[in-house]
Design a protein. Sequence first.
Length: 310
Amino acid sequence: MAASFGLASEAALHGCRPRCASSLRWPRRRGTLHGMKAWIGATILLAILVLVGLLILLQRRFFYFPRKYSANEIEAAEKRGAIVLGYDTSQGRQTAFLFGTPPSGTLLSHLWIVFGGNAMTALDWIEILGECQLEAGGFLLVDYPGYGFCAGNPGADSILENSIGAYQTLTESKRWIIRRPRLGVLGWSIGAAAGLQFAEEFPVHDLVLIAPFTTMEDMVKRFTGVRPGMLLLDRFDNVEALSRVCAQTPPPAVTVVHGEKDALIPVSMGRSLAQNRPHPVDFHSIPGASHNGVFWDAKALIYAKLRTGG
């Protein structure tokens, strides 16, 4: 007993703990440190998962800006000759508009399917196309889900479903169409992507694309600096879509119009989209034109394409 006491006392005199005390405390310290690291790692992982979830769930709020119609807008549109077409999709009740057509019973020989930008509604086109009279032709103005009077939420698949539903509703009515007319697609900004989707399903004769982007992934990288990869829900790829459309027989006449001062979608994207095609694409860069102003600056050119075909 005295020997043991002496060893303990000697350790105390030298400021040291007995080995038995050390062996009891250090493992506890290491265990606490390991637990803290695990907790920090789990917290970081959870934060990343939450961030990824939010990016997936909320990203479409950065791509689409729906606006609803008032009753006065519909009344004003009908006074200018717009005809409401109602139909149903998986998203619920949808509406599109037929505009600029000859009287009921007159066959349409040329029909343009029209797609707007992410902050546009179908009825915005009435002011834009109001002076463009087509001989025995007209415009089918497509709204996206969640826009105007349309139920649901916008996305690549639901937009395609809407455009197909609008066209089929018109053809099935047989008021203006008995045989298939010359089909054209007019699309502005994201509407160019929507129009190319439609053209893959229903071969068209004419394409007029205004301020188109190359791919949605390129657009995300342009504004964030990173590629979203598989996190991107609406993977619009106009480069591949246009290649597939141009491979149809016969290929459509394609016109691309882009403003040189476009700060949203750079003119280089429109130029890139038009280049290196097996069939020539009629590309027009409009000096001084912005993203929102390019149609007005190129109005005469676009009207001519709509009247005669792309």
